[in-house]
Design a protein around this ligand. Structure first.
Ligand code: R1P
Ligand code: URA
Length: 290
């Protein structure tokens, strides 16, 4: 007998849509482009040949349409791994739970998620404008620690090596390492993207080593992050969602990858705050390759 998901656990609105995203099951495609900024959804959808629906609630904007024969949903997540917990759980429910019986469907669907985001570059080969594909994400956010079977889906050896290298303070919570889907990585990340590890932070300032008026717990953490090397790869970038995207997708049986454009180079102390037009090129590459 399948588990019954009670009204309080799986919240369905009176129009049959899921609680936060306001999407109904039939409105979501199996290929999903995740972006942080709701405005970026329209940038993605501007390339669609046809659009079938546009839905908004809070920071969550969704447009489903056809791009060169492929049905794709562009979905904004807002900022942070806490929002990714909502978006991935609700999208998984839309695909894999029967809303009438409130039970999991007998045949589960595997969705494809590609996050197209912005990030901070941490290496000499990641100046502003670089596209980075996250091979694995080191989550400083803690989200995946709340789910069972975390160790089965995370790279525990890399986590240990990282914690030793930086002298990780337990008071900062336990980081976890979530790998991207290998097939999707090879499909999307051609020679025009740098591959590396991404640190996904639970904040833009302190967790990414940006100190304004409040001192940091470990002012040398960024230097140690920049010098960490494992299996021939370095930590290339900071952003705020990739660990939860990869981690939850792995736990749920979906495929996920994060590709970001560097808008701030933390080594050179340079920033491109007018990036909104230039991210279009990365969006088209991902649309063509997904
Ligand atoms: C911070 O400015 C935001 O930008 C990055 C970070 O991950 C965070 O969400 O990604 P997006 O541009 O996709 O929002
Ligand atoms: N997004 C981040 O999270 N960090 C940066 O430095 C730039 C974009």
């Amino acid at each position: 007998m399948n588990n019954y998901f009670a009204e309080s656990e799986l919240i369905i609105n009176s129009d049959g849509s899921i609680f936060h995203l306001h999407l109904r099951p039939e409105q979501m495609a199996d290929k999903i482009i995740l972006v942080g900024d709701p405005g970026r959804v329209d940038r993605v959808a501007s390339h669609f040949d046809t659009k079938e629906c546009e839905v908004n609630n809070r920071e969550f904007r969704s447009v489903t349409g056809i791009y060169k024969g492929k049905r794709i949903t562009a979905q904004s997540t807002g900022i942070g791994c806490d929002n990714i917990d909502i978006v991935l759980n609700e999208m998984d429910a839309l695909a894999n739970i029967d809303f009438k019986t409130r039970t999991a469907k007998p045949k589960l669907k595997s969705l494809t998620f590609v996050r197209v985001g912005t990030c901070g570059g941490l290496q000499p080969n990641t100046p502003t404008g670089t596209y980075v594909a996250s091979v694995k994400s080191i989550g400083f956010d803690g989200l995946i620690n709340f789910y069972a079977n975390r160790d089965k889906h995370c790279d525990v050896a890399l986590e240990k090596a990282f914690k030793e290298h930086v002298g990780w303070k337990d008071t900062m919570g336990n980081p976890y390492v979530a790998p991207a889907d290998k097939t999707l990585l090879d499909q999307i990340a051609a020679n025009d993207m740098v591959r590396g590890y991404t640190v996904a932070c639970g904040g833009f300032f302190g967790p990414q080593g940006r100190q304004l008026r409040v001192p940091l717990a470990d002012p040398d953490l960024n230097k140690k992050i920049e010098s960490f090397e494992y299996d021939g790869l370095r930590i290339t970038n900071f952003e705020m969602e990739s660990s939860a995207v990869a981690g939850l997708a792995n736990l749920m049986g979906h495929k996920a990858l994060t590709c970001c454009m560097v808008i701030a180079n933390r080594l050179e102390k340079q920033v491109n705050s007018n990036y909104k037009n230039s991210i279009d090129d990365l969006i088209v590459k991902v649309l063509d390759r997904i």
